[in-house]
Design a protein around this ligand. Structure first.
Ligand SMILES: Cc1ncc(C[n+]2csc(CCOP(=O)(O)OP(=O)(O)O)c2C)c(N)n1
Length: 478
């Protein structure tokens, strides 16, 4: 006689060891919840497709947040709605793995609505299982994007009203309109025949994922007796009677047969090629010999701040570009205020021999403050013993710190004397060269035609004067 052995699929961890004190080997799901059924279908398919060691499952925020307690796969648990974004990274970094994004309807269609759209549109190699239970389960039954019209939830006590709350979000219909997805189907868990259909859909999605056939999306209509406040048996009926008319089942898109494996080679970043393609000329090619730089200025983290139009970004770019020619590693990170001109602007520059970790100069070794708000805002962040250069033409207050070196330089005034306020940036570079010893002022002047490629000779000459004027001011006054 044929013997049937009932056992747990191998896609699950043998004995669940979740929360300390919790009853072992039980899931945390409520009786009658669809998550458990879908978990089982996925775990069985993972075993049968022989991908246990090749699967990485991404758990969402929501009732299935603890899916990693159960699946004997690689596991990530990610922020609400972000599973497709993390799935993108995981799948691109591990192109030979099967990546599962398991998500609820609040997670996927509300906060993560854009994430799922973009991942689907890129045709990422991920299999998404979307549990549509028409409600936010975990947080106590609020309206989800998929909540039915007329459905009563804690946030729609009079029933969902299309006029004020919008219509139920039909994700299969939306995603199947995109070019990239391979397979999009809506299934349901409300009775045995439909569970069998769901089983087939799960397998198909995972088989496609195993063959790297791009984006797979299976929406599963599921029960939430606790959130709906109806018993498990009636919940099954509720899916059939209420959900099916608003969420028609079926295959919305299936191009699995024509789909070919999506290969996404990791792009090799070659700065020389990228710069050439972008028409950027500032590739270091001069290789200036370094002078004697005091220890404190060998690893610079700089914040340049002022208002838009003061040459803040140009100053930062020039600092980085010149340092590049001395063979330093550099970074330049702009940060604009809401308006381009007249608003506040600042940038971070790093100049050092080693690898640059964070591009933002949160605690700069040197602050170059071009206006008063910048001094007031950033002075407190300078590292103890660090350096402050401030524009004494426009800043009428004194710095408060006494544990830093301070250079008050009339930067705007020096530029004005040269006949053009706009050369302030190069006054800054000259002053920086004099203070830190990091750049030789003649080298900077030598570089100007490259920094101002395409500009008239008169502009280059004026900027050369600005560099020298900034340099001389420091040498004469400090
Ligand atoms: C960024 C963020 N916003 C909100 C929450 C609160 N939160 C936790 S679970 C959840 C809703 C989960 O509902 P759903 O995605 O439908 O999954 P279900 O619990 O029904 O399976 C929300 C809003 C959170 N954890 N993080």
């Amino acid at each position: 006689m044929k013997k049937t052995v009932l056992r747990k699929p191998k896609g699950f961890i043998d004995v669940y060891k979740h929360k300390p004190g919790a009853e072992k080997d039980r899931t945390h799901y409520c009786p009658g919840c669809g998550h458990g059924i879908l978990h089982k279908l996925i775990a069985e398919a993972i075993e049968d497709l022989d991908i246990i060691d090749d699967t990485i499952l991404i758990s969402p925020v929501g009732c299935s947040v603890f899916a990693y307690y159960y699946f004997d796969t690689g596991n990530f648990q990610v922020a609400h709605g972000r599973a497709p974004a993390v799935g993108t990274a995981v799948s691109r970094a591990n192109p030979d793995k099967v990546v599962i994004s398991y998500q609820g309807d609040g997670d996927l269609a509300a906060i993560g609505g854009n994430n799922i759209l973009q991942a689907a549109n890129r045709g990422e190699n991920i299999a998404v299982f979307f549990v549509n239970n028409a409600i936010y389960g975990m947080t106590g039954g609020q309206m989800a994007p998929t909540t039915l019209l007329e459905q009563i939830t804690t946030t729609t006590p009079y029933g969902r009203n299309a006029n004020t709350d919008g219509f139920p979000m039909k994700m299969c219909e939306v995603l199947s309109q995109l070019s990239a997805p391979t397979y999009v189907e809506r299934v349901s868990l409300h009775d045995a025949p439909h569970i069998r259909r769901t089983r087939a859909a799960v397998r198909k999605a995972l088989q496609n994922a195993k063959e790297r056939k791009g984006f797979q999306f299976v929406e599963v209509l599921s029960t939430c007796p606790s959130g709906w406040k109806i018993d498990p048996v009636k919940s099954m009926e509720w899916v059939k009677e209420k959900m099916l008319p608003q969420f028609p089942l079926g295959v919305y898109k299936d191009v699995s047969n024509e789909a070919v494996a999506v290969e996404r080679p990791v792009p090799i970043f070659d700065p020389a090629i990228v710069w050439e393609k972008l028409g950027i000329s500032s590739v270091a090619d001069v290789d200036f010999p370094r002078g004697d730089v005091p220890d404190e200025y060998r690893k610079m983290s700089i914040r340049v701040a002022g208002f838009g139009g003061q040459g803040i970004m140009v100053t930062g770019q020039a600092l980085a570009s010149v340092a590049l020619e001395y063979g330093y590693n550099v970074s330049w990170l702009p940060s604009y205020g809401p308006e381009m001109r007249g608003g506040t602007a600042n940038c971070s520059v790093n100049i050092q021999d080693g690898t640059i970790g964070a591009a933002e100069a949160v605690k700069p070794g040197l602050l170059l403050a071009m206006n008063r708000p910048s001094l007031e805002k950033f002075e407190k962040f300078i590292v103890p013993g660090g350096t402050l250069i401030y524009n004494s033409t426009l800043i009428d207050i004194k710095p408060v710190r006494n544990d830093i070196k301070v250079f008050a330089i009339p930067i705007t005034g020096i530029a004005d004397e040269l006949g053009n306020t706009r050369v302030q940036s190069l006054v800054n570079i000259g002053a920086y060269a004099a203070i830190t010893g990091m750049f030789n002022v003649d080298h900077v002047v030598e570089l100007l035609p490259k920094l101002f490629k395409g500009k008239k000779q008169a502009i280059i000459d004026l900027n050369a004067k600005a560099v020298k004027a900034g340099y001389d001011y420091v040498k004469e006054n400090f």
